[in-house]
Design a protein around this ligand. Structure first.
Ligand SMILES: *[C@@H]1O[C@H](CO)[C@@H](O)[C@H](O)[C@H]1NC(C)=O
Ligand SMILES: *[C@@H]1O[C@H](CO)[C@@H](O)[C@H](O)[C@H]1NC(C)=O
Ligand SMILES: *[C@@H]1O[C@H](CO)[C@@H](O)[C@H](O)[C@H]1NC(C)=O
Ligand SMILES: *[C@@H]1O[C@H](CO)[C@@H](O)[C@H](O)[C@H]1NC(C)=O
Length: 275
């Protein structure tokens, strides 16, 4: 009986906050005064999607909760604060030092495991081994990571997609560019750097519901640049999910691997994407 009461009390006391966080993600509004986007970024391990909010809450979602046929994310996980889930990381001095300057959160998979990496601007980041709880300092991002590059998580070993915004040469519109990067030395620990694998490619709007990825400026091939206000994203089950300010955009990963062919994209609001 006592156990039941304790359990019920726990449920009641956690659900209110959880409910607000889930709802605010669905609403895509921030609990803070500023109207910045709530999701910081998303990392992908071999089995999980880790969605991290700007208030350092973490949703650990099974990869199979993402249905790539109807583009829905069944959010059956409760958010947990990183301070509670990973107290060693949270209380680690270096984490506290960089916490307010983090510009990207991403997961690298290497031969030693899956590392949740926090990348601050112009400083060393840290990597947290999700299995062993080990923390390593990342001394490579300082040189190569620029402020406007953010990752798009994949389950690929050593690699992730990255995106940035570039001003169109044509007029004042800014457009999304995509690339992929890879860990040098095949490990997070002591890696010298992370390197871009290709040249930047432009994400262009081909028609109302089709995109086209090309290294040509979009306007040169009669397309428009795309500014979806992307904050982050992930690739799971061979589909891109790009997280915009109000909407989630999805399209086949093939659009990137099979350049110069157009692909259909879907756009939906968060309350439709997250179930
Ligand atoms: C979410 O949106 C609904 C309807 O607009 C609103 O009533 C509710 O307060 C919002 N919740 C949060 C946490 O922003
Ligand atoms: C910029 O160029 C695109 C075509 O490439 C056009 O659709 C858009 O309206 C232009 N925007 C402005 C502000 O001139
Ligand atoms: C990554 O995901 C793809 C597509 O879902 C799957 O085919 C592949 O086996 C996964 N790779 C790893 C290393 O888990
Ligand atoms: C690239 O796209 C074209 C047109 O959809 C298709 O015919 C071709 O098979 C694709 N190639 C690959 C490698 O997927």
């Amino acid at each position: 009986m006592l156990l039941i009461i304790i359990i019920i009390t726990n449920i009641v006391s956690t659900t209110y906050a959880d409910h607000i966080i889930c709802e605010s993600i669905r609403n895509n509004t921030d609990n803070n005064d500023d109207d910045t986007f709530n999701i910081f970024n998303v990392g992908v391990t071999k089995t999980k999607i880790l969605l991290i909010t700007k208030q350092f809450f973490l949703f650990e979602i099974d990869i199979d909760s993402l249905n790539a046929y109807n583009d829905k994310l069944y959010l059956n996980a409760q958010p947990q604060s990183i301070s509670k889930k990973y107290p060693y990381l949270w209380n680690y001095k270096r984490f506290q030092d960089i916490k307010d300057n983090i510009v990207d959160i991403r997961i690298f998979i290497d031969d030693e495991g899956e590392w949740l990496c926090f990348i601050p601007l112009l400083d060393y980041g840290i990597g947290y081994n999700l299995e062993t709880g080990e923390i390593v300092e990342l001394t490579w991002f300082v040189k190569v990571n620029v402020a406007d590059e953010k990752s798009i998580g994949t389950n690929e070993t050593y690699r992730n997609y990255v995106f940035r915004y570039r001003q169109s040469t044509n007029n004042n519109t800014k457009g999304i560019q995509l690339n992929k990067d890879t860990l040098m030395d095949r490990k997070v620990r002591n890696s010298k750097r992370v390197e871009l694998m290709y040249i930047w490619a432009n994400l262009c709007l081909y028609s109302e519901n089709e995109i086209f990825i090309t290294t040509y400026p979009c306007h040169k091939i009669g397309c428009e640049t795309i500014d979806w206000g992307i904050q982050g994203g992930f690739v799971v089950k061979e589909r891109f999910y790009l997280l915009g300010k109000d909407d989630v955009y999805s399209f086949p990963e093939k659009a990137y691997t099979n350049w110069t062919h157009r692909y259909r994209f879907d756009k939906q609001q968060y309350r439709s994407f997250i179930r």
